[in-house]
Design a protein around this ligand. Structure first.
Ligand code: ADP
Ligand code: MG
Length: 688
C-alpha cells in the first residue's frame, strides 16, 4: 500500500472502523503512521513478587496458584474475576472488574502467564487491578505483549489502544514505499537525527529504549523545527507587507508634555520602538511586556495619538467590561484636550448607545475606539483602522487577536501583557512578534507589603484597615471563586459583603462588584469607587486585571489558597499604584503545601518575572501550559516543557536555515516548506 491510500482498505479496517479513525484525523495510511504515541508502557521490567513496590507498574510472571473465581460485584453488580499468582518468590492477588470474559483467558491451569499492571498493597499483600494478560506459549517461551515497550496513542471512544496498535502494525507491514524525508541531510547530520523511515518504524515498534528515544527525538525535532520555521516565516511574510506610514511620530513628544507625569525611561524606550515601527511602512507586530502597574496604557495611548494625528483610526480591546470602561475614561481624559474623539463598545450597552458609537467609528469621526470583544463583531466597520491594540493579551485567544487585525488593511499590531513567560516559550507563542519590555515602575512606587495571615491576626488587620480608611485611603476585599460558576461566586460575594458590613465595615461606605451584575450597575460601582465615594470594594476576581485606582492601598484576599500565583500577583497589582505604601493581606488555608508555597513566594517577591518562573516550577508543566492563557499551538508528540532542550536546538537550527534561505525556497527545503504550509493550514490559527 501507498502512503496516500485510504485506511479503509487496510486489512481489518472497514468503512465503519475507518470512521473512528477519521475522528482522530486519520484518513490515509500516512496519517496513521504519523499518529504518534504520546507515551509508552514499559513492559520490559519483569519483577519478583517478593520485590514489588507499592504503586509501581511492572510485569510479573508465574503460574496461577488458584482457579479464577468469577462473581458479581456487591456494588454495581458487574462481573469480577479474581485469582492468585505464584512465581516462587511470593503470591499475589489479581483482580479484574467489569470483566465477564477474562476468566476465559485464564483457563489453562498448567500454563505460565505474564501480567502487566500497577501494584497496590492491601493488608500487606501485593495486588494488581485489571492487569494486561498474556499466556506464554511454552514454558520459558517468548512473550508477544510483554517484555517490550508498548506505545500509547491518543485514542477515541470505540477505538482503543489495541485497535490502534494493530492497525499501525498492519500499516507498517503493508507499506510498499518509503516515507519522504523532509529534513535535509545537512540538518540531520548536524543534529544527529535518524532518518524518517527508521524513526517512524521505531517509535511505533521499538526494540529497546535507546531506539525509542532516538526515534522520538527525531520526530519531536521535526515537529518543533516546523513550528519555529513556520512562525518565523509568518513574521517575514508580515514584514514583507506594506502598512500605513505614520509620518509624524515626533508629535508624541507634544502629547507626553501634556501628561501630568514624566514618562519613565523604560516607557520612552518602548514608545520609541513603537514609533519606529509606525514610521517604517512595514506592519508593526509588537508585544509589550511590563509588570502590573508599569504604565502600559499610556504607552498605547501615545501610539494612538500619533496615529490619529496622521489621520487614521486605532482600536484597543480589553478582556473585561470593567477594564474596557476604565480605559475609555483614561483615554477620553488624555484625548479630549486634543479634540480627538473616542468611541466605546461593550456587550452591555443599549442598542442605541451601540448604534451611536458604531456610527462614530464608521464615519471616521472617532479616531480612537475602546471596547471589549464587542469591537471585533462583524457589525463594526472602521473607516481606516491602521493600529490594533490588545490589552492583557494572555486573556485572549490567538484567533481574537487576528480578528481585530482583520478589521483593517495591513494593520499595525500592538499587544500588551503583564504575564511574562520564559523566553524560549515566548519565541514559540509570540514568535511572530517583536518584543518590548517595560522593565521599570514609575518613580516613587513603594513595593507592596505582603502578608500571609492566620485567623488569629484578623482583628488586628481589621483595625489597620479602618485606620487606613480613616486616612482617606481605600481597600479591596476579594473573595475566591468557590466553584467555577458565576452564580455561586456572586452569591459568595453577596454573603461576604453582608458579613463585612455588619462587622468590621459597619457604618462605612461599601460597594459590591461581581460578574452577574448588569453593566450599568458595574459601571456605577466602579465610578463611585474611583471617585472615592465607596471606601471599600468587595469583589470577585472581576477586578483581577487592569483595574487602576491609585488611592486604593489595601488588598485583602480571602481563601488565598484557591488562587494561582499569577492571579495573586495580578490582584496585588491593583494596589501600590500611587505614592502611598500599600498592603496586600492574604487569608487562607495553608494546609496544602502548594498553597503555602505560593503565599510564601508572594511575600518574598514583587517581581512578576520571578513569580512567573516560580509559578511554572510549582504548578508543573501540565497545568501551566494547559491553561488557555498561553494559547500554545497543539503538538502531536513534542512537549514544550519536558522537551525544552530539543526546543532550544530547533531554535538555533531554524535560525541557521533561515539565514541561508529566508523563504525556504531552495530545492532541498521544498518538502520541508510544503509540510510546514500543510501543518499551519490545518492549525489555521497562527498563520490566519
Ligand atoms: P499597567 O501596566 O498595569 O497597565 P497602567 O497603565 O494601568 O499600568 O498604569 C498604572 C498607573 O500608573 C496609572 O495610574 C497611570 O496613570 C500611572 N502611570 C503610568 N506611567 C506613569 C509615570 N511615568 N509616572 C507616574 N505614573 C504613571
Ligand atoms: Mg493595564
Amino acid at each position: 500500500m501507498k502512503l496516500n491510500d485510504n485506511i479503509q482498505y487496510l486489512k481489518g479496517i472497514g468503512e465503519k472502523r475507518a470512521e473512528l479513525f477519521h475522528k482522530l484525523g486519520i484518513f490515509t495510511l500516512g496519517d496513521l503512521l504519523y499518529h504518534l504515541p504520546r507515551g509508552f508502557e514499559d513492559r520490559t521490567n519483569t519483577r519478583n513478587i517478593s520485590d514489588l513496590i507499592d504503586g509501581e507498574t511492572v510485569c510479573v510472571k508465574g503460574f496461577l496458584a488458584s482457579a479464577p473465581r468469577k462473581f458479581r460485584a456487591r456494588r454495581g453488580g458487574g462481573w469480577v474475576v479474581q485469582t492468585t499468582l505464584s512465581d516462587g518468590t511470593g503470591i499475589m492477588r489479581l483482580t479484574w472488574f467489569n470483566a465477564s470474559y477474562i476468566d476465559k483467558s485464564l483457563s489453562d491451569p498448567e500454563a505460565e502467564y505474564m501480567f502487566y499492571g500497577k501494584v497496590a498493597y492491601r493488608n500487606m499483600a501485593a495486588e494488581m487491578i485489571n492487569p494486561v494478560i498474556e499466556k506464554l506459549e511454552a514454558e520459558g517461551g517468548g512473550a508477544k505483549k510483554m517484555g517490550m515497550i508498548v506505545p500509547i496513542y491518543p485514542a477515541t471512544a470505540g477505538l482503543n489502544q489495541r485497535g490502534i496498535r494493530d492497525a499501525v502494525k498492519r500499516a507498517l507491514e503493508s507499506l510498499t514505499e518509503s516515507i519522504p524525508e523532509i529534513l535535509p541531510e545537512s540538518v540531520r547530520a548536524r543534529n544527529d537525527l535518524v532518518g524518517i523511515n527508521e524513526a517512524i518504524r521505531r517509535v511505533h515498534e521499538p526494540e529497546d529504549f535507546d531506539e525509542f528515544y532516538k526515534a522520538r527525538r527525531r520526530l519531536v525535532f521535526e515537529e518543533f523545527l516546523k513550528l519555529q520555521l513556520g512562525v518565523s516565516t509568518v513574521k517575514s511574510v508580515k514584514k514583507a507587507r506594506k502598512a500605513a506610514v505614520i509620518k509624524d511620530v515626533k508629535c508624541i513628544a507634544e502629547f507626553a508634555r501634556g501628561l501630568s507625569f514624566d514618562l519613565t525611561r523604560a516607557q520612552k524606550k518602548v514608545i520609541n520602538e513603537i514609533a519606529a515601527d509606525l514610521k517604517s511602512g512595514v506592519p508593526m507586530n509588537r508585544l509589550v511586556q511590563g509588570d502590573v502597574g508599569s504604565g502600559k496604557t499610556i504607552v498605547a495611548a501615545a501610539a494612538m495619538f500619533a496615529v490619529s494625528r496622521g489621520g487614521f483610526q486605532s482600536a484597543m480591546m480589553a478582556p473585561t467590561e470593567i477594564l474596557a470602561e476604565q480605559h475609555y475614561k483614561t483615554l477620553k481624559a488624555c484625548f479630549d484636550p486634543w479634540g480627538i474623539k473616542v468611541a466605546f463598545l461593550s456587550g452591555g450597552q443599549t442598542a442605541k448607545e451601540r448604534a451611536a458609537n458604531i456610527e462614530l467609528i464608521e464615519s471616521g469621526e472617532a479616531a480612537v475606539t475602546v471596547g471589549t470583544h464587542a469591537v471585533i463583531t462583524d457589525k463594526v466597520n472602521f473607516k481606516n483602522l491602521v493600529l490594533s491594540i490588545t490589552d492583557e493579551q494572555h486573556r485572549f485567544g490567538v484567533g481574537q487577536r487576528s480578528k481585530l487585525i482583520s478589521k483593517g488593511m495591513n494593520v499595525h499590531t500592538l499587544v500588551m501583557t503583564a504575564t511574562p513567560i520564559p523566553r524560549t516559550l515566548s519565541l514559540v507563542i509570540y514568535g511572530d512578534l517583536d518584543i518590548s519590555i517595560i522593565d521599570e515602575l514609575p518613580p516613587g512606587r513603594k513595593p507592596v507589603r505582603t502578608l500571609a495571615l492566620t485567623e488569629a491576626q484578623r482583628p488586628r488587620i481589621y483595625d489597620f484597615v479602618l485606620r487606613e480608611l480613616n486616612r482617606g485611603r481605600q481597600a479591596y476585599f476579594v473573595c475566591a471563586l468557590v466553584e467555577d460558576s458565576d452564580t455561586v461566586e456572586a452569591k459568595a460575594a453577596s454573603e461576604y459583603v453582608k458579613k463585612l458590613s455588619r462587622g468590621v465595615l459597619a457604618g462605612r461606605s461599601v460597594g459590591l462588584l461581581h460578574g452577574r451584575m448588569k453593566t450599568s450597575e458595574k459601571e456605577d460601582v466602579m465610578r463611585r469607587f474611583a471617585d472615592g465615594e465607596i471606601e471599600a470594594l468587595v469583589a470577585t476576581t472581576v477586578i483581577e486585571v487592569g483595574v487602576d485606582v491609585p488611592n486604593a492601598t489595601i488588598m485583602v484576599i480571602e481563601n488565598a489558597e484557591r488562587f494561582g500565583l499569577s492571579q495573586l500577583h495580578q490582584l496585588r497589582g491593583r494596589v501600590g499604584r500611587g505614592a502611598d505604601q500599600a498592603y496586600c493581606v492574604m487569608f487562607g488555608n495553608t494546609k496544602s503545601g502548594v498553597a503555602k508555597e505560593r503565599m510564601q513566594v508572594m511575600c518574598e517577591t514583587n517581581d512578576g518575572f520571578k513569580i512567573s518562573e516560580k509559578d511554572l516550577e510549582i504548578r508543573g508543566p501540565g497545568e501551566f501550559f494547559g491553561t488557555r492563557q498561553h494559547g500554545l499551538p497543539e503538538m502531536k508528540i513534542g512537549n514544550f516543557f519536558t522537551d525544552m532542550e530539543i526546543l532550544k536546538e530547533t531554535q538555533s537550527e531554524a535560525a541557521k536555515i533561515l539565514k541561508s534561505d529566508p523563504f525556504l525556497s531552495a530545492p532541498e527545503h521544498k518538502l520541508l516548506l510544503d509540510s510546514i504550509t500543510k501543518t499551519f493550514a490545518k492549525a489555521g490559527d497562527i498563520l490566519n
